[in-house]
Design a binder for this molecule. Structure first.
Ligand code: KDG
Length: 367
């Protein structure tokens, strides 16, 4: 089955895909704990950015990031990381700062991976960041989507939760993107701690319900559609130890009915047996039909952070290149699974590896 994505032709567009969102410096204590670490490994990560980094690094697409950084040494380090991933940095808005972060800062998160019975733990330090202060006027969206041309915009609920201004910026970016025929995907990515200071669950639903009206491809995880859009899922146990697939199918159909603008709706389905062993699969709705991905029961995980983003990345690649929702959900699930076998927020997988996993390749040594 094919879904007509109505993509702008590549020849008309400078970029295949751009993301809008915050990118933070991640400090990772490796196998240890944040609370006792003496050294950290540095990565860059951001729910929205991770998607387009994968689209370039793994899938070879031409991508750029829309974000803002405080113009200091940490901002320059972030730029260097992004460039190592091959993502274009020319659309970054550099904001003046005062040397101590009172005017604006770059976001940092300390995130440990968890192991077995010990879950992953994150502790972020991201108030007053340059991107949380950015307003729609800080970006020339008509230039980006009109003059330069972009085939796909990916943004999400982490960015929308940063501030009142970021909610407005998301809506402005999406509306302008749509004006020029850019396809918009949005990952709900609910983070309760981020909404708590700006109105909690109620505000999260108000903002996400407004944004949803403009989205073509809506993405979430087991909990996001309920938390962000208020859809109930029947038959799940309270701790999401087992997921009722029929309940998800019903919910996805209802979401598609409520928002007739959705071309595709996709959700990852993860049950956490331990921090290191998860059952992993995904589901995708298009044109009234539902497609389940291949299942990855008992998937062994090194670092779960960014698994959902790499799912989104594979899904977008599949939709852009095949317009086949079944292939797309399988690209997503395989890329997400592989991303969780390596440290850091973004994937280190190659397209051949993703396609190998989709086709059932095993993990025998290759040399
Ligand atoms: O936690 C966040 O807000 C981030 O954006 C950092 C990570 O890269 C993200 O959580 C992965 O989805």
């Amino acid at each position: 089955m094919k879904v007509n994505m109505n993509l702008r032709p590549a020849e008309e567009c400078k970029f295949d895909a751009v993301s809008l969102g915050e990118i933070m410096l991640r400090l990772d204590p490796g196998e240890g704990r944040i609370r006792t670490a003496r050294s950290f490994r540095a990565w860059e990560g951001g729910g929205e950015y991770n998607v387009i980094r994968g689209l370039h690094k793994c899938f070879g697409m031409n991508t750029a990031v829309i974000t803002a950084f405080a113009d200091n040494e940490v901002g320059k380090l972030m730029k260097d990381f992004i460039e190592q991933g091959g993502v274009d940095t020319s659309l970054i808005n550099w904001k003046k700062t005062d040397g101590i972060g009172r005017l604006c800062r770059n976001g940092i998160n300390f995130t440990e991976r968890g192991f077995g019975i010990r879950g992953a733990v994150g502790c972020s330090d991201r108030a007053n960041t340059a991107i949380s202060q950015a307003t729609p006027e800080d970006f020339d969206f008509d230039y980006i989507f009109g003059t330069l041309g972009v085939r796909w915009l990916h943004t999400g609920g982490i960015y929308a939760a940063l501030s009142e201004q970021s909610c407005k910026t998301v809506i402005e970016a999406i509306k302008t993107a749509k004006k020029y025929g850019t396809i918009v995907s949005y990952d709900l990515n609910y983070r309760p701690s981020m909404w708590s200071a700006i109105g909690g669950l109620e505000k999260a639903q108000e903002v996400n319900k407004e944004i949803a009206k403009y989205v073509d491809v809506m993405i979430g995880n087991e909990e996001d559609f309920t938390a962000c859009l208020g859809f109930k899922i029947e038959g799940n146990d309270e701790n999401l130890k087992s997921l009722n697939i029929e309940g998800y199918k019903k919910m996805i159909n209802e979401a598609a009915k409520t928002y007739p603008n959705f071309k595709v709706v996709a959700t990852t389905l993860r049950t956490v047996k331990t921090a290191t062993v998860n059952d992993w699969k995904a589901m995708c709705w298009a044109d009234g039909e539902i497609f389940m991905s291949k299942e990855y029961p008992g998937l062994e995980i090194m670092d779960r952070v960014g698994g959902g983003d790499s799912f989104a990345s594979g899904l977008v690649y599949g939709l852009m290149t095949t317009e086949d929702p079944e292939a797309a959900v399988n690209y997503g699930a395989a890329h997400g699974a592989l991303a969780m076998t390596t440290p850091g927020d973004t994937s280190m997988a190659s397209k051949d590896e993703v396609e190998g996993i989709m086709g059932g390749a095993g993990a025998r040594v290759k040399r």
